[in-house]
Ligand binder design. Structure first.
Ligand code: IPE
Ligand code: IPE
Ligand code: MG
Length: 246
């Protein structure tokens, strides 16, 4: 019997060595303001940057790209801006899902997205279900995401396990927390990028960033592209990651 060719799942390790990159996509409003445009124009241009960077991440061999699209604190913005952002998000998923699926991308959403409008929740869940069996990279969108909220939700689930007698308090370890976070099935975070010159994490992936490399650029998000991602990965390659060792 002829031996059946096995698919080759080993992807050549990319030279930059990063598996998982996360981006705080900041500066859409300032990009629009500089052009005397309404803030929504900046968000629209930001969606174009998402498309460019998602494609570049696939070409560069990343296993996972996580994008901070809407924080649990962004509800403080005017209702009209929140509605604009949700509308853009909905249209982005509707317009780009076929391409992601054709490229073998798995679309994931992290954050408490279940609190969004029911039709959007439905759209997100059907997009995730449709691409769940793909073997390509993960594009994870952080929506209604706050790291503190993520950790509170994880703590509640762990407390429930303790209450049910499935876990002893003294046995709770790092792996128990890891496995209850929204990112439990994603590779460890290697690089966190923030655009627009702000140097803070704004409640993004606080647990996962424990040993991630941080990269800040003054570039505003709508100007970000594959070259800018490559520059960040070049900088990452030169970092000496010691993880507390020597
Ligand atoms: C990032 O751009 C997009 C979101 C937070 C949704 P901003 O809207 O925060 O832009 P700036 O910071 O006001 O320039
Ligand atoms: C962080 O940007 C959230 C996202 C990029 C989605 P913000 O613009 O909300 O952060 P702050 O308010 O400047 O810290
Ligand atoms: Mg901002």
């Amino acid at each position: 019997m002829a031996s059946q060719a096995k698919p080759d799942l080993t992807r050549a390790a990319p030279a930059h060595g990063a598996r998982h990159v996360a981006i705080i996509m900041d500066g859409n409003g300032r990009w629009a303001k500089k052009r005397l445009l309404p803030r929504i124009a900046g968000h629209r241009a930001g969606v174009e940057a998402v498309r460019r960077v998602a494609r570049a991440a696939q070409e560069m061999g990343l296993e996972c790209l996580t994008l901070y699209a809407f924080s649990s604190e962004n509800w403080k913005r005017p209702a009209s801006e929140v509605a604009d952002l949700m509308g853009l998000l909905r249209r982005f998923i509707q317009a780009d899902l076929d391409e992601f699926h054709a490229n073998g991308v798995r679309l994931r959403v992290i954050g408490h997205y279940q609190a969004l409008e029911p039709s959007l929740v439905e759209l997100i869940e059907s997009a995730m279900a449709r691409t769940a069996g793909n073997s390509g990279p993960v594009i994870a969108i952080a929506l209604n995401y706050g790291a503190q909220d993520e950790m509170v939700r994880a703590a509640q689930r762990i407390a429930q396990k303790v209450a049910r007698g499935e876990l002893a308090v003294q046995d709770i370890g790092v792996a128990d927390i890891d496995s209850e976070l929204d990112t439990s099935d994603l590779p460890p975070l290697d690089l966190m990028i923030r655009t627009s010159g702000e140097q803070r994490l704004s409640n993004f992936m606080l647990w996962q960033a424990a040993y991630a490399e941080l990269y800040f650029t003054d570039m505003l998000w709508p100007d970000f592209d594959g070259r800018a991602l490559a520059a960040a990965l070049d900088a990452f390659r030169l970092r000496d990651r010691r993880f507390g060792g020597l």
